[in-house]
Design a protein around this ligand. Structure first.
Ligand code: BES
Ligand code: MG
Ligand code: ZN
Length: 490
Protein backbone atom coordinates (compact mmCIF):
# COMPACT_ATOMS: atom_id res chain seq x y z
CA UNK A 1 0.00 0.00 0.00
CA UNK A 2 1.54 3.37 -1.02
CA UNK A 3 2.11 6.04 1.64
CA UNK A 4 0.06 9.17 1.10
CA UNK A 5 1.35 12.59 2.12
CA UNK A 6 -0.48 15.91 2.11
CA UNK A 7 0.97 19.38 1.82
CA UNK A 8 0.03 22.91 0.83
CA UNK A 9 0.03 23.89 -2.81
CA UNK A 10 3.66 24.59 -3.47
CA UNK A 11 6.20 23.93 -6.10
CA UNK A 12 7.30 20.31 -6.06
CA UNK A 13 11.04 20.35 -6.66
CA UNK A 14 11.23 17.23 -8.81
CA UNK A 15 9.53 14.02 -9.87
CA UNK A 16 6.38 12.94 -11.68
CA UNK A 17 3.57 15.47 -11.52
CA UNK A 18 -0.10 14.92 -12.28
CA UNK A 19 -2.49 17.83 -12.75
CA UNK A 20 -6.25 17.57 -13.16
CA UNK A 21 -8.50 19.74 -15.31
CA UNK A 22 -12.24 19.73 -15.88
CA UNK A 23 -13.52 19.63 -19.41
CA UNK A 24 -13.89 23.05 -20.98
CA UNK A 25 -12.41 24.84 -17.97
CA UNK A 26 -9.18 26.69 -17.50
CA UNK A 27 -6.69 24.87 -15.32
CA UNK A 28 -6.65 26.21 -11.75
CA UNK A 29 -3.84 27.61 -9.62
CA UNK A 30 -1.78 24.45 -9.74
CA UNK A 31 -1.95 24.32 -13.51
CA UNK A 32 -0.93 27.96 -13.91
CA UNK A 33 1.82 27.41 -11.40
CA UNK A 34 3.45 24.57 -13.30
CA UNK A 35 2.69 26.10 -16.68
CA UNK A 36 4.59 29.19 -15.63
CA UNK A 37 7.57 27.19 -14.43
CA UNK A 38 7.59 25.47 -17.82
CA UNK A 39 7.31 28.76 -19.75
CA UNK A 40 3.88 27.92 -21.11
CA UNK A 41 4.82 24.44 -22.37
CA UNK A 42 1.69 22.92 -20.80
CA UNK A 43 -0.61 25.27 -22.63
CA UNK A 44 1.16 24.62 -25.90
CA UNK A 45 1.10 20.84 -25.44
CA UNK A 46 -2.62 20.79 -24.64
CA UNK A 47 -3.39 22.90 -27.71
CA UNK A 48 -1.22 20.76 -29.95
CA UNK A 49 -3.03 17.66 -28.67
CA UNK A 50 -6.52 19.20 -28.95
CA UNK A 51 -6.87 18.32 -25.29
CA UNK A 52 -10.37 19.14 -24.05
CA UNK A 53 -10.35 17.53 -20.61
CA UNK A 54 -12.68 14.63 -21.37
CA UNK A 55 -12.89 12.06 -18.59
CA UNK A 56 -9.68 10.04 -18.59
CA UNK A 57 -7.98 12.01 -21.37
CA UNK A 58 -4.25 12.28 -20.65
CA UNK A 59 -1.58 14.57 -22.07
CA UNK A 60 1.88 13.85 -20.73
CA UNK A 61 5.08 15.84 -21.17
CA UNK A 62 8.22 13.81 -20.75
CA UNK A 63 11.14 15.55 -19.03
CA UNK A 64 9.83 19.08 -19.73
CA UNK A 65 12.63 20.65 -17.70
CA UNK A 66 15.62 19.53 -15.68
CA UNK A 67 13.54 18.91 -12.53
CA UNK A 68 10.46 17.03 -13.65
CA UNK A 69 10.63 13.59 -15.18
CA UNK A 70 7.01 13.82 -16.29
CA UNK A 71 4.11 16.23 -16.11
CA UNK A 72 0.76 14.68 -16.97
CA UNK A 73 -2.51 16.55 -17.36
CA UNK A 74 -5.56 14.36 -16.80
CA UNK A 75 -9.10 15.27 -17.86
CA UNK A 76 -11.93 15.02 -15.35
CA UNK A 77 -14.83 15.48 -17.76
CA UNK A 78 -17.56 18.08 -17.13
CA UNK A 79 -17.46 19.41 -13.56
CA UNK A 80 -21.24 19.10 -13.05
CA UNK A 81 -21.11 15.39 -13.82
CA UNK A 82 -18.12 14.58 -11.69
CA UNK A 83 -18.80 11.84 -9.15
CA UNK A 84 -17.08 9.50 -6.70
CA UNK A 85 -16.81 6.58 -9.17
CA UNK A 86 -15.39 8.93 -11.79
CA UNK A 87 -12.79 10.28 -9.37
CA UNK A 88 -11.67 6.73 -8.68
CA UNK A 89 -11.56 5.93 -12.37
CA UNK A 90 -9.51 9.00 -13.19
CA UNK A 91 -7.01 8.06 -10.49
CA UNK A 92 -6.75 4.56 -11.94
CA UNK A 93 -6.31 5.89 -15.47
CA UNK A 94 -3.61 8.35 -14.37
CA UNK A 95 -1.62 5.53 -12.85
CA UNK A 96 -2.29 3.23 -15.80
CA UNK A 97 -0.58 5.73 -18.11
CA UNK A 98 2.42 6.07 -15.84
CA UNK A 99 2.57 2.77 -13.99
CA UNK A 100 5.88 0.97 -13.83
CA UNK A 101 7.83 4.11 -14.47
CA UNK A 102 7.17 5.87 -11.21
CA UNK A 103 7.51 5.12 -7.54
CA UNK A 104 6.31 8.50 -6.35
CA UNK A 105 3.40 10.48 -7.81
CA UNK A 106 2.81 14.13 -7.01
CA UNK A 107 -0.78 15.22 -7.46
CA UNK A 108 -1.61 18.88 -7.62
CA UNK A 109 -5.11 19.86 -6.82
CA UNK A 110 -7.21 22.97 -6.52
CA UNK A 111 -10.83 24.10 -7.02
CA UNK A 112 -13.11 22.56 -4.44
CA UNK A 113 -10.88 19.58 -4.72
CA UNK A 114 -10.76 18.45 -1.13
CA UNK A 115 -13.08 15.49 -1.28
CA UNK A 116 -12.29 14.61 -4.87
CA UNK A 117 -8.59 14.44 -4.17
CA UNK A 118 -9.08 11.65 -1.64
CA UNK A 119 -11.23 9.66 -4.07
CA UNK A 120 -8.64 10.09 -6.81
CA UNK A 121 -6.00 8.85 -4.38
CA UNK A 122 -8.19 5.82 -3.64
CA UNK A 123 -8.42 5.12 -7.37
CA UNK A 124 -4.63 5.21 -7.63
CA UNK A 125 -4.14 3.01 -4.58
CA UNK A 126 -6.64 0.40 -5.82
CA UNK A 127 -5.14 0.41 -9.31
CA UNK A 128 -1.70 -0.08 -7.80
CA UNK A 129 -2.79 -3.40 -6.23
CA UNK A 130 -0.91 -6.46 -7.46
CA UNK A 131 -1.04 -10.14 -6.58
CA UNK A 132 2.48 -11.10 -7.54
CA UNK A 133 3.86 -12.87 -4.49
CA UNK A 134 4.23 -16.15 -6.40
CA UNK A 135 6.36 -14.70 -9.21
CA UNK A 136 9.96 -15.54 -8.50
CA UNK A 137 11.29 -13.46 -11.40
CA UNK A 138 10.10 -9.88 -11.39
CA UNK A 139 9.56 -8.21 -14.73
CA UNK A 140 11.62 -4.98 -14.43
CA UNK A 141 9.18 -2.94 -16.53
CA UNK A 142 6.26 -3.40 -14.16
CA UNK A 143 7.79 -4.46 -10.89
CA UNK A 144 8.53 -0.93 -9.77
CA UNK A 145 5.48 -0.21 -7.71
CA UNK A 146 4.25 3.12 -6.61
CA UNK A 147 5.24 3.63 -3.00
CA UNK A 148 4.55 7.32 -2.34
CA UNK A 149 1.70 9.62 -3.29
CA UNK A 150 1.97 13.34 -2.52
CA UNK A 151 -1.09 15.53 -2.66
CA UNK A 152 -0.39 19.26 -2.92
CA UNK A 153 -3.65 21.07 -2.39
CA UNK A 154 -4.85 24.43 -1.14
CA UNK A 155 -7.07 22.73 1.46
CA UNK A 156 -4.64 19.90 2.08
CA UNK A 157 -5.87 19.36 5.63
CA UNK A 158 -9.39 18.75 4.37
CA UNK A 159 -8.09 16.36 1.74
CA UNK A 160 -6.14 14.49 4.37
CA UNK A 161 -9.21 14.15 6.58
CA UNK A 162 -11.14 12.69 3.67
CA UNK A 163 -8.35 10.25 3.02
CA UNK A 164 -8.38 9.14 6.66
CA UNK A 165 -11.93 7.93 6.00
CA UNK A 166 -11.04 6.13 2.80
CA UNK A 167 -7.74 4.59 3.86
CA UNK A 168 -9.45 1.82 5.92
CA UNK A 169 -11.46 0.94 2.86
CA UNK A 170 -8.30 0.49 0.82
CA UNK A 171 -7.12 -2.01 3.46
CA UNK A 172 -10.43 -3.86 3.27
CA UNK A 173 -10.32 -4.05 -0.52
CA UNK A 174 -6.72 -5.29 -0.51
CA UNK A 175 -7.65 -7.94 2.04
CA UNK A 176 -10.60 -9.16 -0.05
CA UNK A 177 -8.58 -9.19 -3.27
CA UNK A 178 -5.72 -11.09 -1.64
CA UNK A 179 -8.10 -13.78 -0.42
CA UNK A 180 -9.99 -14.12 -3.69
CA UNK A 181 -6.83 -14.26 -5.80
CA UNK A 182 -5.21 -16.87 -3.59
CA UNK A 183 -5.25 -20.24 -5.39
CA UNK A 184 -7.31 -23.01 -3.84
CA UNK A 185 -4.28 -25.08 -2.78
CA UNK A 186 -3.11 -22.18 -0.64
CA UNK A 187 -6.54 -21.24 0.63
CA UNK A 188 -8.35 -24.35 1.81
CA UNK A 189 -11.18 -23.89 4.31
CA UNK A 190 -8.87 -24.46 7.33
CA UNK A 191 -6.24 -22.03 5.96
CA UNK A 192 -8.96 -19.47 5.21
CA UNK A 193 -10.21 -19.79 8.79
CA UNK A 194 -6.66 -19.22 10.07
CA UNK A 195 -6.32 -16.09 7.98
CA UNK A 196 -9.54 -14.79 9.53
CA UNK A 197 -8.30 -15.67 13.02
CA UNK A 198 -5.39 -13.25 12.46
CA UNK A 199 -7.90 -10.40 12.38
CA UNK A 200 -8.23 -10.63 16.14
CA UNK A 201 -5.26 -8.24 16.20
CA UNK A 202 -7.63 -5.59 14.79
CA UNK A 203 -10.11 -6.10 17.61
CA UNK A 204 -12.46 -8.40 15.67
CA UNK A 205 -13.69 -11.37 17.70
CA UNK A 206 -13.35 -14.62 15.75
CA UNK A 207 -15.05 -17.92 16.49
CA UNK A 208 -14.46 -21.00 14.34
CA UNK A 209 -16.92 -23.88 14.16
CA UNK A 210 -15.33 -27.18 13.17
CA UNK A 211 -17.01 -30.15 11.54
CA UNK A 212 -18.27 -31.80 14.71
CA UNK A 213 -19.74 -28.52 15.97
CA UNK A 214 -21.53 -28.11 12.65
CA UNK A 215 -22.81 -31.67 12.93
CA UNK A 216 -24.12 -30.76 16.34
CA UNK A 217 -26.03 -27.79 14.86
CA UNK A 218 -27.39 -30.02 12.10
CA UNK A 219 -25.64 -28.33 9.13
CA UNK A 220 -26.51 -31.25 6.84
CA UNK A 221 -26.70 -29.10 3.69
CA UNK A 222 -23.28 -27.47 4.16
CA UNK A 223 -21.63 -30.72 5.27
CA UNK A 224 -23.02 -32.58 2.26
CA UNK A 225 -21.14 -30.18 -0.03
CA UNK A 226 -17.92 -30.59 1.96
CA UNK A 227 -17.97 -34.39 2.18
CA UNK A 228 -16.19 -35.02 -1.11
CA UNK A 229 -13.16 -32.99 -0.05
CA UNK A 230 -10.23 -33.95 2.16
CA UNK A 231 -10.37 -30.45 3.60
CA UNK A 232 -12.36 -29.96 6.76
CA UNK A 233 -15.13 -27.36 6.36
CA UNK A 234 -15.32 -24.41 8.74
CA UNK A 235 -17.91 -21.84 9.65
CA UNK A 236 -16.34 -18.65 10.93
CA UNK A 237 -18.16 -16.01 12.94
CA UNK A 238 -16.61 -12.57 13.17
CA UNK A 239 -17.90 -9.90 15.45
CA UNK A 240 -17.12 -6.19 15.54
CA UNK A 241 -18.47 -4.45 18.62
CA UNK A 242 -17.99 -0.78 17.89
CA UNK A 243 -21.05 0.31 19.88
CA UNK A 244 -20.99 -1.81 23.04
CA UNK A 245 -23.83 0.12 24.70
CA UNK A 246 -26.15 0.05 21.70
CA UNK A 247 -29.20 -2.03 22.74
CA UNK A 248 -30.23 -2.74 19.12
CA UNK A 249 -29.50 -6.12 17.57
CA UNK A 250 -26.39 -6.36 15.36
CA UNK A 251 -26.22 -6.08 11.58
CA UNK A 252 -25.32 -9.38 9.91
CA UNK A 253 -23.36 -10.14 6.74
CA UNK A 254 -23.11 -13.68 5.46
CA UNK A 255 -20.77 -14.97 2.75
CA UNK A 256 -20.48 -18.00 0.48
CA UNK A 257 -16.96 -19.36 0.89
CA UNK A 258 -16.51 -22.23 -1.56
CA UNK A 259 -12.71 -22.23 -1.79
CA UNK A 260 -12.92 -24.27 -4.98
CA UNK A 261 -16.01 -25.23 -6.95
CA UNK A 262 -15.30 -28.17 -9.23
CA UNK A 263 -19.04 -28.75 -9.46
CA UNK A 264 -18.68 -32.04 -7.57
CA UNK A 265 -20.07 -35.13 -9.29
CA UNK A 266 -22.06 -32.75 -11.55
CA UNK A 267 -18.60 -31.67 -12.66
CA UNK A 268 -17.96 -28.43 -14.51
CA UNK A 269 -16.27 -28.32 -17.93
CA UNK A 270 -12.48 -28.01 -17.58
CA UNK A 271 -12.32 -24.87 -19.68
CA UNK A 272 -12.21 -21.95 -17.24
CA UNK A 273 -12.56 -24.14 -14.18
CA UNK A 274 -9.48 -22.43 -12.72
CA UNK A 275 -11.62 -19.35 -12.11
CA UNK A 276 -13.58 -21.30 -9.52
CA UNK A 277 -10.90 -20.50 -6.95
CA UNK A 278 -12.88 -17.26 -6.68
CA UNK A 279 -16.06 -18.98 -5.50
CA UNK A 280 -15.32 -17.75 -1.99
CA UNK A 281 -15.58 -14.09 -3.01
CA UNK A 282 -18.75 -13.61 -0.96
CA UNK A 283 -16.90 -14.73 2.17
CA UNK A 284 -13.83 -12.64 1.26
CA UNK A 285 -16.05 -9.58 0.83
CA UNK A 286 -17.51 -10.07 4.29
CA UNK A 287 -13.97 -10.37 5.67
CA UNK A 288 -12.81 -7.21 3.84
CA UNK A 289 -15.84 -5.37 5.16
CA UNK A 290 -15.06 -6.41 8.75
CA UNK A 291 -11.46 -5.24 8.27
CA UNK A 292 -12.66 -1.87 7.01
CA UNK A 293 -15.05 -1.46 9.95
CA UNK A 294 -12.35 -2.38 12.45
CA UNK A 295 -9.73 -0.12 10.84
CA UNK A 296 -12.04 2.87 10.97
CA UNK A 297 -13.47 1.89 14.35
CA UNK A 298 -17.05 1.98 13.08
CA UNK A 299 -19.55 2.86 15.82
CA UNK A 300 -21.89 -0.03 15.28
CA UNK A 301 -22.17 -3.74 16.01
CA UNK A 302 -21.71 -6.08 13.09
CA UNK A 303 -21.60 -9.85 12.74
CA UNK A 304 -19.92 -11.55 9.76
CA UNK A 305 -20.54 -15.24 9.12
CA UNK A 306 -18.83 -17.24 6.39
CA UNK A 307 -19.30 -20.88 5.39
CA UNK A 308 -16.01 -22.31 4.12
CA UNK A 309 -16.08 -25.55 2.13
CA UNK A 310 -14.47 -27.12 -0.90
CA UNK A 311 -16.74 -28.71 -3.53
CA UNK A 312 -14.83 -31.76 -4.82
CA UNK A 313 -15.28 -35.24 -6.29
CA UNK A 314 -14.29 -38.45 -4.58
CA UNK A 315 -15.68 -41.76 -3.47
CA UNK A 316 -17.18 -39.88 -0.54
CA UNK A 317 -18.66 -37.08 -2.60
CA UNK A 318 -22.34 -36.27 -2.46
CA UNK A 319 -24.33 -37.82 -5.34
CA UNK A 320 -27.12 -36.32 -7.43
CA UNK A 321 -30.33 -37.56 -5.80
CA UNK A 322 -28.95 -37.53 -2.26
CA UNK A 323 -31.27 -36.08 0.34
CA UNK A 324 -29.82 -33.92 3.12
CA UNK A 325 -31.37 -32.29 6.17
CA UNK A 326 -30.60 -28.61 6.74
CA UNK A 327 -30.16 -26.86 10.10
CA UNK A 328 -33.68 -25.47 9.72
CA UNK A 329 -35.04 -29.02 9.66
CA UNK A 330 -36.14 -28.78 6.01
CA UNK A 331 -34.96 -31.56 3.72
CA UNK A 332 -33.33 -31.05 0.32
CA UNK A 333 -32.93 -33.29 -2.71
CA UNK A 334 -29.55 -32.50 -4.23
CA UNK A 335 -30.29 -32.87 -7.94
CA UNK A 336 -27.19 -31.00 -9.03
CA UNK A 337 -24.05 -31.00 -6.88
CA UNK A 338 -22.88 -27.85 -8.68
CA UNK A 339 -25.71 -25.84 -7.12
CA UNK A 340 -23.72 -25.98 -3.87
CA UNK A 341 -23.54 -22.33 -2.82
CA UNK A 342 -27.20 -22.26 -1.87
CA UNK A 343 -26.71 -25.41 0.24
CA UNK A 344 -23.90 -23.74 2.17
CA UNK A 345 -25.88 -20.54 2.63
CA UNK A 346 -29.04 -22.40 3.67
CA UNK A 347 -27.39 -23.51 6.90
CA UNK A 348 -25.41 -20.40 7.74
CA UNK A 349 -28.29 -18.02 6.99
CA UNK A 350 -30.53 -20.05 9.25
CA UNK A 351 -27.86 -20.23 11.96
CA UNK A 352 -27.12 -16.47 11.81
CA UNK A 353 -30.78 -15.56 12.03
CA UNK A 354 -31.46 -18.00 14.84
CA UNK A 355 -28.44 -17.12 16.96
CA UNK A 356 -28.11 -13.35 16.49
CA UNK A 357 -31.66 -12.24 15.63
CA UNK A 358 -30.01 -9.49 13.56
CA UNK A 359 -31.58 -6.19 12.52
CA UNK A 360 -31.11 -7.39 8.96
CA UNK A 361 -29.12 -10.03 7.15
CA UNK A 362 -27.29 -9.43 3.87
CA UNK A 363 -25.59 -12.31 2.09
CA UNK A 364 -23.05 -12.12 -0.71
CA UNK A 365 -22.39 -15.01 -3.06
CA UNK A 366 -20.97 -15.90 -6.44
CA UNK A 367 -24.15 -17.90 -6.73
CA UNK A 368 -25.20 -18.33 -10.36
CA UNK A 369 -23.89 -18.18 -13.91
CA UNK A 370 -27.42 -17.03 -14.77
CA UNK A 371 -26.85 -13.63 -13.14
CA UNK A 372 -23.90 -13.12 -15.50
CA UNK A 373 -26.20 -13.88 -18.44
CA UNK A 374 -28.76 -11.39 -17.10
CA UNK A 375 -26.57 -8.49 -15.95
CA UNK A 376 -23.11 -9.12 -17.37
CA UNK A 377 -20.17 -7.79 -15.38
CA UNK A 378 -21.60 -4.38 -14.59
CA UNK A 379 -24.42 -4.77 -12.07
CA UNK A 380 -24.65 -7.35 -9.30
CA UNK A 381 -28.05 -8.97 -8.78
CA UNK A 382 -29.96 -7.70 -5.76
CA UNK A 383 -32.80 -9.74 -4.25
CA UNK A 384 -34.65 -8.69 -1.12
CA UNK A 385 -37.74 -9.31 0.96
CA UNK A 386 -37.61 -5.70 2.18
CA UNK A 387 -38.09 -2.60 0.02
CA UNK A 388 -36.33 -0.19 2.37
CA UNK A 389 -33.23 -2.36 2.56
CA UNK A 390 -33.17 -2.83 -1.23
CA UNK A 391 -33.67 0.90 -1.80
CA UNK A 392 -30.78 1.79 0.50
CA UNK A 393 -28.40 -0.68 -1.09
CA UNK A 394 -29.38 0.50 -4.55
CA UNK A 395 -28.87 4.17 -3.66
CA UNK A 396 -25.45 3.72 -2.09
CA UNK A 397 -24.38 1.37 -4.89
CA UNK A 398 -25.05 4.10 -7.45
CA UNK A 399 -23.28 6.69 -5.31
CA UNK A 400 -20.03 4.79 -4.93
CA UNK A 401 -20.07 2.93 -8.24
CA UNK A 402 -20.73 -0.63 -7.11
CA UNK A 403 -24.04 -0.99 -8.86
CA UNK A 404 -26.79 -3.48 -8.09
CA UNK A 405 -29.96 -4.17 -10.00
CA UNK A 406 -32.99 -5.38 -8.12
CA UNK A 407 -34.41 -8.66 -9.37
CA UNK A 408 -37.84 -10.09 -8.56
CA UNK A 409 -38.87 -12.72 -6.06
CA UNK A 410 -42.27 -14.41 -5.94
CA UNK A 411 -44.29 -17.54 -5.29
CA UNK A 412 -44.48 -18.39 -8.97
CA UNK A 413 -40.71 -18.81 -9.01
CA UNK A 414 -40.65 -20.53 -5.65
CA UNK A 415 -42.90 -23.35 -6.85
CA UNK A 416 -40.17 -24.58 -9.17
CA UNK A 417 -38.25 -25.77 -6.12
CA UNK A 418 -40.90 -28.06 -4.63
CA UNK A 419 -39.40 -31.51 -4.18
CA UNK A 420 -40.57 -34.93 -5.33
CA UNK A 421 -38.96 -36.93 -2.53
CA UNK A 422 -38.03 -34.18 -0.03
CA UNK A 423 -39.24 -30.69 0.96
CA UNK A 424 -37.39 -29.09 -1.93
CA UNK A 425 -34.91 -29.60 -4.74
CA UNK A 426 -31.71 -27.58 -4.97
CA UNK A 427 -32.35 -26.51 -8.58
CA UNK A 428 -35.38 -25.00 -10.28
CA UNK A 429 -34.47 -25.48 -13.92
CA UNK A 430 -32.61 -23.27 -16.38
CA UNK A 431 -35.18 -20.50 -16.73
CA UNK A 432 -34.82 -17.65 -14.26
CA UNK A 433 -31.88 -19.50 -12.73
CA UNK A 434 -30.63 -16.71 -10.50
CA UNK A 435 -34.15 -16.02 -9.25
CA UNK A 436 -34.90 -19.62 -8.29
CA UNK A 437 -31.51 -19.70 -6.54
CA UNK A 438 -32.58 -16.63 -4.53
CA UNK A 439 -35.94 -18.29 -3.79
CA UNK A 440 -34.05 -21.25 -2.43
CA UNK A 441 -32.15 -18.98 -0.02
CA UNK A 442 -35.35 -17.27 1.04
CA UNK A 443 -36.71 -20.59 2.26
CA UNK A 444 -34.11 -20.34 5.03
CA UNK A 445 -34.96 -16.79 6.06
CA UNK A 446 -38.07 -16.13 8.13
CA UNK A 447 -39.21 -12.55 8.76
CA UNK A 448 -35.75 -10.97 9.14
CA UNK A 449 -35.20 -8.19 6.58
CA UNK A 450 -32.84 -9.86 4.16
CA UNK A 451 -30.97 -9.12 0.94
CA UNK A 452 -29.02 -11.46 -1.30
CA UNK A 453 -26.39 -9.99 -3.61
CA UNK A 454 -25.33 -12.30 -6.44
CA UNK A 455 -21.78 -11.19 -7.31
CA UNK A 456 -20.92 -13.98 -9.79
CA UNK A 457 -20.43 -11.41 -12.59
CA UNK A 458 -18.78 -8.62 -10.62
CA UNK A 459 -16.38 -10.26 -8.15
CA UNK A 460 -13.72 -11.13 -10.70
CA UNK A 461 -12.48 -9.58 -13.92
CA UNK A 462 -10.68 -11.42 -16.67
CA UNK A 463 -8.61 -8.41 -17.73
CA UNK A 464 -6.83 -5.39 -16.30
CA UNK A 465 -8.91 -2.21 -16.09
CA UNK A 466 -8.78 1.20 -14.39
CA UNK A 467 -9.97 -0.37 -11.16
CA UNK A 468 -7.12 -2.84 -10.88
CA UNK A 469 -5.46 -5.86 -12.46
CA UNK A 470 -7.02 -9.08 -13.74
CA UNK A 471 -8.58 -11.07 -10.91
CA UNK A 472 -10.48 -10.08 -7.81
CA UNK A 473 -12.30 -6.74 -7.74
CA UNK A 474 -13.54 -6.80 -4.12
CA UNK A 475 -16.93 -5.64 -5.37
CA UNK A 476 -19.18 -5.04 -2.36
CA UNK A 477 -16.69 -3.87 0.24
CA UNK A 478 -17.08 -0.21 -0.67
CA UNK A 479 -20.85 -0.16 -1.02
CA UNK A 480 -21.51 -2.08 2.20
CA UNK A 481 -19.08 0.02 4.22
CA UNK A 482 -20.70 3.22 2.93
CA UNK A 483 -24.18 1.75 3.49
CA UNK A 484 -23.37 1.02 7.14
CA UNK A 485 -21.81 4.43 7.66
CA UNK A 486 -24.75 6.23 6.07
CA UNK A 487 -27.63 4.47 7.79
CA UNK A 488 -26.49 2.52 10.82
CA UNK A 489 -24.00 4.59 12.79
CA UNK A 490 -25.21 6.78 15.65
N1 BES B 1 -20.07 -20.93 -8.39
C1 BES B 1 -21.05 -21.18 -9.36
C2 BES B 1 -21.61 -19.91 -10.02
C3 BES B 1 -20.63 -19.06 -10.77
C4 BES B 1 -20.62 -19.07 -12.15
C5 BES B 1 -19.79 -18.19 -10.13
C6 BES B 1 -19.77 -18.25 -12.86
C7 BES B 1 -18.93 -17.36 -10.84
C8 BES B 1 -18.92 -17.38 -12.20
C9 BES B 1 -22.22 -21.94 -8.73
O1 BES B 1 -21.90 -22.77 -7.69
C10 BES B 1 -22.79 -22.81 -9.80
O2 BES B 1 -22.11 -23.70 -10.22
N2 BES B 1 -24.02 -22.53 -10.21
C11 BES B 1 -24.67 -23.30 -11.23
C12 BES B 1 -26.08 -23.58 -10.77
C13 BES B 1 -26.82 -24.55 -11.63
C14 BES B 1 -26.20 -25.93 -11.49
C15 BES B 1 -28.25 -24.58 -11.21
C16 BES B 1 -24.65 -22.47 -12.50
O3 BES B 1 -24.78 -21.24 -12.41
O4 BES B 1 -24.48 -23.03 -13.56
MG1 MG C 1 -21.34 -24.72 -8.33
ZN1 ZN D 1 -20.25 -22.26 -6.61
Amino acid sequence: MPHVHFDSLKKPDKGDIVLFVFEGKEGGDSFRFINKILDGALDRALKANNFTGKLGEVCALIAPNTCYSQVAVVGLGPQVQFSIPQARRVGGIALEKLQGKVHALKLMADWDFTELAAHIVLGIVLKNYAFDGYKTKKNPSNSQKLTEIYVYASDYEGAEQQWQKLNPLAYGVYQTRDLVNEPANHLTPPLFAERIKELESLGIEVEILNKSQMEHFGFGALLGVAQGSNQEPKTVIMSWKGAPHDPQPPLAFVGKGVTFDSGGISIKPSNGMEDMKMDMAGAATVVGLMVTLAKRKAKTNVIGVVGLVENMLSGDAQRPGDIVKSASGQTIEVLNTDAEGRLVLADILWYTQDRFKPRFMINLATLTGAIVVALGHVYAGLFSNNDELAERLYTIGCKVGEKMWRMPLGEEYDKALDGDFADMKNIGGRDGGSITAAQFLQRFVSTTPWAHIDIAGTAYTDKDNANGPKGATAFGVYVLNEFIETYYEN
